[in-house]
Design a protein around this ligand. Structure first.
Ligand code: C2E
Ligand code: MG
Ligand code: MG
Ligand code: MG
Length: 286
């Protein structure tokens, strides 16, 4: 190795980046272990119908409690799983667990009409045959297709040929697909009219100010209009107050989700919530 090359290498050596890459390797190793040894958990967050306050769905959100580092956010480890090829395994695990869980609750006579919503990563459409996988899991768990919903971000639609084929097969199976974090990034609205999706989940950054900022209200109102014209359902994410929920009700938004409605919670807490029964609509009692 010549002197120049050595100098160049020195000049690009960044101790912070180096540390970060070591960290990543440890984390990747640990995530692999977590997947193999069942260290992951799923929490479920309630989604309600805005008009009735009734619980209609639960979103499955993966959780990782690292033995040494404590809880690590999926916003950290899901992207890591995506770049290291672990995501397919993660997705399959979450799908199967969530479907089994819903089936168990249904069998116990809890929430017979409830559906479960599972997040997919953009790369899942490339590396997995999602419709086949979902079909298999529904067979194994005995769950009806309408009880499962999949959530995809706009970035999963980047390859229209792949996504169209997958989405059409999912629709043929009777599985609803929602566009997650709608309005969070760039938005090419064109794909909405071309692809067979069932609904939109408005990103919480768009909902945050609807109770005091007319511009925010206008944005949400126009999304609702667009969705109405395209016959798409709309779920508002990140509802943290009664006032936000009240505005959404006025605007005619269909579904709502957020800390005010209910935080993501482990299965046993959801079990108690379901046992309290569907006649309990605390959100309408303001
Ligand atoms: P997401 O699918 O948009 O899920 C909603 C996120 O917003 C969750 O964060 C939830 O805890 C949080 N949230 C819900 N209500 C509120 C609220 O009122 N206020 C605030 N500030 N936050 C709220 P979480 O669980 O940390 O998940 C982050 C993201 O990680 C998810 O965003 C999703 O993109 C991804 N993710 C989670 N679980 C999975 C999974 O099983 N598979 C895949 N591929 N991605 C997942
Ligand atoms: Mg989601
Ligand atoms: Mg979202
Ligand atoms: Mg998100």
């Amino acid at each position: 190795v010549g002197k120049r090359a050595g100098q160049e290498r020195l000049s690009v050596f960044d101790p912070v980046l180096y540390q970060a890459s070591i960290e990543r390797q440890f984390l990747e190793r640990d995530l692999r272990r977590a997947l193999e040894q069942g260290e992951l958990q799923i929490h479920y967050q309630p989604v309600i119908a805005v008009s009735s306050g009734r619980l209609t769905s639960l979103e499955a959100l993966v959780r990782w409690h690292h033995p040494d580092r404590g809880p690590i956010s999926p916003a950290v480890f899901v992207p890591l799983a995506e770049t290291t090829g672990l995501i397919s395994q993660l997705t399959q695990w979450v799908l199967l667990q969530a479907c089994r869980q819903l089936w168990a609750w249904s069998r116990a006579g809890l929430a017979p009409e409830l559906s479960i919503s599972v997040n997919l990563s953009p790369t899942d459409f490339l590396h997995l045959d999602v419709p086949q996988l979902v079909d298999d899991i529904l067979q194994v768990t005995g769950l009806e297709p309408r009880r499962l919903t999949l959530e995809l971000t706009e970035s999963a639609m980047l390859d229209p040929a792949v996504s169209r084929e997958r989405l059409e097969r999912l629709r043929a199976l009777g599985i609803a697909v929602l566009i997650d974090d709608f309005g969070a990034g760039y938005s090419s609205l064109g794909y909405l009219k071309q692809l067979p999706v069932s609904g939109l989940k408005i990103d919480r950054t768009l909902v945050a100010d609807i109770d005091h900022d007319p511009a925010s209200t206008a944005v949400v109102r126009s999304i609702l209009e667009l969705a109405g014209a395209l016959e798409l359902s709309v779920t508002a994410e990140g509802i943290e107050s009664a006032r936000q929920l009240a505005v959404l009700r006025e605007l005619g938004c269909h579904y709502a989700q957020g800390f005010f409605v209910g935080r993501p919670a482990p299965p046993n807490a959801i079990h108690h919530l379901l046992r309290r029964g569907s006649t309990d609509h605390p959100y309408l009692d303001e």
